[in-house]
Design a protein around this ligand. Sequence first.
Ligand SMILES: Nc1nc2c(ncn2[C@@H]2O[C@H](COP(=O)(O)OP(=O)(O)OP(=O)(O)O)[C@@H](O)[C@H]2O)c(=O)[nH]1
Ligand SMILES: [Mg+2]
Length: 295
Amino acid sequence: MSAVEGTRLYDLAKAGDFQAFAKLLTWLERAPLKDALGIPALLQPARAAFRFGITGPPGAGKSTIVARLIGSLRAQKLRVGVIAVDPSSPFTKGAILGDRIRYSDHYLDEGVFIRSLGSRGSLGGLSSAAFLMARAFDACAFDILLIETVGVGQTELDVLHVADQVCVVLVPESGDSVQAMKAGLMEIADVFVVNKSDRPGAAGLVREISASIHDGEAARAVEVLQTVASENRGLERLTELILLAKSKGSMLANRADPKRLREEAKALLRAQWESALETKLSKINAAKDLLTLFN
Ligand SMILES: Nc1nc2c(ncn2[C@@H]2O[C@H](COP(=O)(O)OP(=O)(O)OP(=O)(O)O)[C@@H](O)[C@H]2O)c(=O)[nH]1
Ligand SMILES: [Mg+2]
């Protein structure tokens, strides 16, 4: 598919065609970057969705929280997009469908669009695809984009650089790991959620996180919430914080921020280099082939 086809899909998607939007995202995932970036509206959106990044260790309850947030944000008549940058996401496995969350309701809802991004692509490719897709959600009139990413590898965390706000989800058992938690994660968080607070140790972890926030040089207004996402407890405040931050409306300014654009550029360049690298490696079959690399 050419850039012309991408633009045609974008026009249809913008006019509200959900199928075209799905195809556009797939196209963005696979198209040469030059073509993908050739859709002017992707680079110059007239409006921007509020991007809320949700990260944390595997199994912390991120998807459960996302599902709850979809419910509460839809109740406010907001159009909600979800990008799950997570190879093992229940969104793909459908595990969540069997849960009490009745996630399936949202599939029939035109105000919600969910896309999982597996690790199918190369390392850099994952975040470059996520960045392009996030731009598509901006351009196609979504109000909120929830980005779920497991907080382990650097690639998964890269996408948080272009979020407007970031929520780090931990569980009482994470206690020991707060000290060891990537310093970067600590700095990037606008809100911490101690989920699975039905288990012992939640209050202690809240204290520990609060203490480490105040130890930080720049004491920011970071909130620490306790939730039981599986029972929909404690999430009202998280919804409130999202709506509050969204109402401040710094999204378009964030999109124009050179620091964020450079993070995006880094991911795009990395994706391009990785694919060039793969092509070259595929041609190496014997020792003498090493010499051909530099011809
Ligand atoms: N006890 C308890 N279980 C919960 C809570 N929230 C979620 N769970 C359960 O924890 C399990 C993992 O939840 P997910 O929402 O899939 O967690 P995740 O962080 O998205 O997991 P990955 O995407 O695989 O990293 C599921 O069985 C949930 O039902 C909670 O507050 N308390
Ligand atoms: Mg998940």
